[in-house]
Design a binder for this molecule. Structure first.
Ligand code: PEP
Ligand code: MN
Length: 339
């Protein structure tokens, strides 16, 4: 249920509505829009006297939210949410499309600094790199862990890029929050509700990847866990889903982008690297993602893909990234955006 206040409602009038909502045992989220304030109510509505709220002063209307995800829903917040990331506070979800590039895993100081310089020179807004890696095999490279995070922080200080890295468990959150800008929840952890609630208590933006076999509704309900725990800075990331198809590692369903833009106010980022698994498919999927209305792209880039510790096959080279960026800019401009 959302309570839409009339334009010009005072803080006291909003507070009065909040008090009523609490009296009915509901939890409130107050959203200040450009011209009006909305009070979203979460909880069991069976004992709510809707007319008592409707009669409060400066209440325009009370409307039910039909989607099972509430705070993530476009019904609750009509305007798109912009999430500012990194030292330069780039607004993901604004007019400009943000490109984030970097290796799957941080492998060494030389490697991450080199790729940070590449990303910066190419015009990216962010640098990605895994320090804690969720590998399918326990014998595969697991990441440089804390040392990797420190190298990422060094790359950030050197370039001013926003740094994105995965947090795999609750214990890692304080350290990752201290050293990085955006906490990535990997596809394998989209259903880890304890972890979602824990990043919901962190004060950093979260990049939430869609689970390998999650429906859109499950994806948005995972975002709802984070928002409901107190963190409204959720960036959704489509990274491909598992299908019967085997010429790609995952199938990248780009229709998700306009569908999410319709259903939610949260920014949507596409990962064409995990979404295809093959470097030669990545540039075309980046072009298509921008054309489809994505707010950002997160891709894997490596200076020596053949010797990468993880995901070399899907990592584009710096030369490909340099060629791609001006093309993405032209596509963005064709739909009144920019890169
Ligand atoms: C990654 O970003 O390197 C990664 C492991 O992604 P995903 O969780 O989407 O598989
Ligand atoms: Mn990877």
């Amino acid at each position: 249920m959302i309570i839409v206040m009339k334009p010009g409602a005072s803080e006291d009038q909003v507070q009065h509505v909040v008090d009523l909502v609490r009296d009915f045992g509901l939890k409130e989220h107050v959203i200040h829009g450009t011209d009006r304030t909305v009070v979203a109510c979460i909880g069991d509505k069976r004992h709510v006297d809707k007319s008592a709220i409707e009669n409060a002063s400066m209440v325009e209307r009370v409307v039910p939210v039909l989607a099972p995800y509430k705070m993530a829903s476009r019904e609750v917040r009509g305007e798109r949410t912009q999430i500012r990331v990194g030292p330069r506070q780039f607004p993901l979800g604004g007019r400009q499309v943000g490109i984030i590039a970097g290796p799957c895993s941080i492998e060494s100081r030389e490697q991450i600094l080199l790729l940070a310089d590449v990303a910066q020179k190419a015009g990216c807004i962010g640098l990605r790199g895994g320090a804690f890696k969720p590998r399918t095999s326990p014998y595969a490279f697991q990441g440089l862990r804390e040392e990797g995070l420190k190298l990422l922080a060094e790359a950030r200080a050197r370039t001013g890029l926003a740094v994105f890295t995965e947090v795999m468990s609750i214990e890692q959150i304080p350290l990752v929050s201290e050293l990085c800008d955006v906490l990535q929840i990997g596809a394998r952890n989209m259903h880890n509700y304890a972890l979602l609630e824990a990043v919901g208590k962190a004060d950093k933006p979260v990049l939430l990847k869609r689970g390998l076999s999650a429906t859109l509704e499950e994806f948005l309900l995972a975002a709802e866990y984070i928002i409901n725990a107190g963190n409204e800075q959720v960036i959704l990331c489509e990274r491909g889903i598992r299908t019967f198809e085997d010429y790609v590692r995952n199938t990248l369903p780009l229709a998700v982008v306009p569908e999410l833009n319709d259903k939610t106010h949260l920014p949507v980022v596409v990962d064409p690297s995990h979404g295809t698994g093959h470097a030669h498919l990545v540039p075309a999927m980046c072009r298509a993602a921008v054309a489809a209305g994505a707010d950002g792209i997160i891709l894997e880039c490596h200076n020596d893909p053949e010797h990468a510790s993880s995901d070399g096959a899907q990592s584009i080279t710096p030369a490909t990234l340099y060629e791609l960026m001006p093309v993405l800019k032209r596509i963005a401009q064709a739909i009144d955006r920019d890169v």
